[in-house]
Design a protein. Structure first.
Length: 67
């Protein structure tokens, strides 16, 4: 169980592996959410394009700018 409520469910579009870190692009509707996580986490979770996944967002501040 996870306590964070800000979860955006989507599909992994791409995973780019670097030496230490990896970039994971998640498509949520018509928006892309990009996360940089460790390469080891990608391997441990067996993340790949096409997988269902969720972006879990935890922030002390979320700012909104109108227009």
């Amino acid at each position: 169980m996870l306590s964070a409520r800000n979860q955006l469910k989507g599909t992994i579009k791409s995973v780019k592996l670097g030496t230490v870190m990896a970039e994971v692009v998640l498509t949520v509707g018509n928006v892309e959410v990009v996360s940089v996580i460790t390469r080891e986490s990608v391997k441990r979770m067996k993340l790949k394009a096409g997988d269902a996944a969720a972006a879990v967002i935890k922030a002390t501040a979320v700012m909104i700018l109108k227009g």
